[in-house]
Design a protein around this ligand. Structure first.
Ligand code: ZN
Length: 63
């Protein structure tokens, strides 16, 4: 019972996170949170080739 409850809570939480993230917040660049490669950015999300951490989405502002 408790497993099902925690699973459904996780599902609802992830659903909430997903919907809140997708509210017109589009990342145009991705960067290692540790900045292993300095200011190098990627156009697609993924993992840092240096430390293996998930790349962080960064917002690049247009003028
Ligand atoms: Zn890194």
């Amino acid at each position: 019972m408790s497993i099902i409850q925690s699973m459904s809570i996780c599902f609802l939480l992830s659903l909430g996170l997903f919907t809140s993230c997708s509210e017109q917040k589009k990342y145009t660049a991705y960067q290692c949170p540790m900045k292993c490669e300095g200011e190098k950015t990627y156009t697609q999300t993924g993992k840092c080739p240096v430390c293996g951490m998930d790349l962080d989405g960064i917002e690049t502002k247009n003028k």
